[in-house]
Design a protein around this ligand. Sequence first.
Ligand code: MG
Length: 446
Amino acid sequence: MAFFGTNGVRGIANEYITPQLAIDVARSLGTYMGSKGVVAIGRDTRASGEMLKSAAIAGALSAGLTVINIGICPTPSVQYYVKEYADAGIVVTASHNPREYNGIKLIASDGSEMSREGEREIEKIYYSKEFNAASWEKTGDLRHDSNANAFYLEGIINSVDYELIREKKFKVVTDTGCGAGSTTLPFLLQKLGCEVITINGQVDGNFPWRNPEPTPDVLTELADIVKKTGANMGVAQDGDADRAVFFDENGNFIEEEIQLAMMAKYVLARKKGPIVTPVSSSSRMLDVAKQAGVELVWTAVGSINVARKMMEIGAVFGGEGNGGLIFPEHQYCRDGAMACAKFLEIIANGQKISELAQSVPEYCNSKTKIRIKDSTATMEKVKKEVLAGDNEVDTTDGVKVWYDDGWVLIRPSGTEPIIRIFAESKTEERADALMNEGVELVNKSK
Ligand code: MG
């Protein structure tokens, strides 16, 4: 199994994600960079964060890199900083994983996530343990910069219609879950002239009220406060604040797939150009693209694939159906605070979030998973079988079979011995039926 998963390396802090691991990852990165350059290191709010960040700093200094310690920052804030001031970045974060987890994510010099090729090179060095150790006089310098978040918020403000939003004096309720977004989102909203009501807005690595994953079942208080205070919107973030989820003015949760498609619709009404999303995303994106007369490009799952494709084709918008939206005018990565500012711009332009959400086509989804020993061999058989059939097949990531009225996606998990099956159609019955066709196909190919 690869060392780096879809989003860096993750595990239980001080069990799998140990100081030694953090040191060695940083030394591997330093070796990969030829012991030259500047690396910015930031972390989310997890209790184990300072321990692991200190270890990563030591590893990078040992390899001869100059380190800028930027403290507690959302992942997109580290990315924005790296793009301007560093040659690479290290984020100590486990994103939305539960309290006890931590992890490490690497950032490339342009601020995007480290490419798969880069990760593979670094992984090789990590396993070989052949690190560049700088001679004593060339061990690195450590600097501190406490302005990374302020710089990041400035960037967001410059990417939206700041004056218009400020005029409206919106009321917004936030639940940053005691994560890294607590250091940025409420302050962004203040700068945007909003009255801000915060819950879980204190930095607390024990996450006393909820785990970092912002699912609707743990956000009922947020929804209630939106309703009771007549707020314009509610917003919650995951632990490293690259994703955000939203509640409309009635306190209703906006499903992430709808969030993605409605933002695409808003962007495309102002600027025409291709949009990008992974094959796992809803056909809502396709419908929105068709309506606007633009191209939709499907990629493999993972925000890095979406971001890189967006850069390649000059897309106007992209994102994943999990609350990770990418706005190229700001930066090529998922950015929860940027998404929030854009939602305010939508309301400022006179549209209610609930109305825009309802204007996006409806779909039904079904999903399941099958435990399997050798998913590679099974996937090969599945692919052969569907390619011999009459339906349109997309093999960008797993196997996606298109029907007249929906699709089924069969994808092996990157981290577990299972194959996941997703289906989508206009009715629940048909989505279930398509999912079952997928199940049958996998069972036949085992
Ligand atoms: Mg995250």
